[in-house]
Ligand binder design. Structure first.
Ligand code: 9MR
Length: 390
């Protein structure tokens, strides 16, 4: 077994080296040579390559949704069959004030995805982050009690999920409700409503949008304790007859993080609950991580920029691109061999320039975490991903 893994790694590295070399030779001024290698460098179509296994999705930023990056829009429709708004349906964007909803971006995305037959995932209804303060206050400014906050939650879910019933295929109903040890995160939702706030959120979502699949979404779900927290959560909902259709593992990863055996164990454990399993926010950072304790996606982390943490401001050295390629091969080995258990794999962004990784946990860095580079070119290693691990 260990020998097999070893020879697979050697094989994968050889294939990737050849691909990178062939890609480099695209830059060769000799026209006959570059014609041949251009043919080799033809991008694969992700949604076709994986169509028998799982959907392949991407997150779309506001400017993309509003059509301000037409080339990116073509890439989205040609490569992906699922989309998630990166920010446009979060509470602060869509419902900034008590009696004010802003549906322009979400309406535009719903129309775009319906026209192009993309599986649209609404993100997200209940989260501790990007939620305005008024949500936790009564109309007179005093702090909400359980009853008032449940009513605010109900009105929001009815207005947002209800508006798009039948047009948005799935919702991340609750996002990031767990601590790293699997216990419930202390948030205003938890503090004011209590342990059962998730149950209410899922029940309200089921009522407002009976045609949508309803998911729980979180980061670091490879961690055994956090995995157990999700299992407890799903079982509790199931035992009460409240619909929950799936769990999303965000997967904000790095070249050496996390342990992919644990990732695979979580995929299997969630699938054993009889629900859909999705990888919802995949990206692989190549940058040194400044805070070893806090890898994951805790958006509250914001450190001062230091150039030693931004080592590739102009371009990614080939040696690091090779490591990225190898890491993606390892991740897709897990995904491909568990394809029967996985419903969707969504990348958190279309191209490197868009990635939130450039701004977290430090603003102004240059990361290379996605499958398309800053000029929208598919990276050379991508064509090997469908065969990874098979
Ligand atoms: O990619 C999103 C970034 O543009 C926002 O500034 C950030 C603010 O919270 O949220 C990012 O998306 C997050 C997602 O909604 C939930 N999981 C973690 C993602 C990365 O932070």
């Amino acid at each position: 077994m260990a020998n097999n893994t070893y020879s697979f790694k050697i094989y994968a590295i050889l294939v990737l080296c050849l691909m990178l070399i062939s890609c480099q030779s695209d830059k060769n001024p000799n026209p006959s040579k570059s014609a041949a290698s251009n043919q080799q460098a033809k991008p694969i179509v992700l949604k076709e390559a994986f169509k028998e296994r799982y959907r392949v999705g991407t997150a779309m930023s506001l400017v993309q949704i509003m059509g301000e990056e037409p080339d990116t829009l073509s890439l989205v429709t040609s490569q992906f069959n699922s989309v998630t708004p990166e920010n446009s349906m979060k509470w602060e964007r869509i419902h900034p004030e008590r009696n004010k909803y802003k549906f322009k971006a979400s309406d535009t995305l719903v129309e775009f995805s319906n026209q192009n037959k993309l599986f649209l995932v609404g993100h997200t209804l209940v989260w501790h982050s990007q939620t305005p303060d008024w949500v936790f206050q009564q109309a007179d400014g005093s702090p909400s009690d359980r009853k008032a906050l449940l009513e605010t939650m109900r009105l929001h879910i009815e207005a947002v999920a209800g508006r798009y019933d039948g047009k948005i295929q799935a919702w991340d109903v609750v996002n990031e409700a767990l601590n790293e040890d699997g216990s419930l995160r202390s948030s205003k939702w938890h503090e004011i409503i209590g342990d059962d706030y998730l149950e209410h959120a899922f029940a309200m979502a089921a009522k407002a949008s009976p045609h949508a699949k309803l998911y729980y979404n979180d980061y670091n779900l490879f961690k055994p304790e956090k995995r157990q927290g999700v299992i407890r959560l799903v079982k509790r909902l199931q035992s009460k007859g409240i619909p929950i259709h799936g769990v999303g593992l965000q997967a904000h990863y790095a070249l050496d993080y996390p342990d992919l055996n644990e990732f695979e164990d979580s995929i299997k454990a969630f699938a054993a609950l009889g629900i859909d399993v999705m990888i919802t926010e995949l990206d692989v950072s190549v940058l040194p991580f400044p805070d070893e304790e806090n890898q994951g996606a805790d958006v509250s982390l914001n450190l001062a920029l230091q150039s030693k943490f931004d080592p590739y401001p102009n371009q990614l050295p080939e040696s690091v691109e090779l490591q990225l390629a190898q890491r993606y091969m390892e991740i897709f080995s897990v995904l491909n061999r568990n394809a029967k258990l996985i419903d969707r794999v969504t990348f958190w962004g279309v191209h490197d320039k868009q990635s939130w990784r450039n701004g977290w946990p430090m603003q102004g860095r240059h990361d290379y975490p996605l499958l398309f580079d800053r000029s929208l070119k598919q990276k050379a290693f991508v064509k090997a991903l469908p065969q990874a691990g098979l």
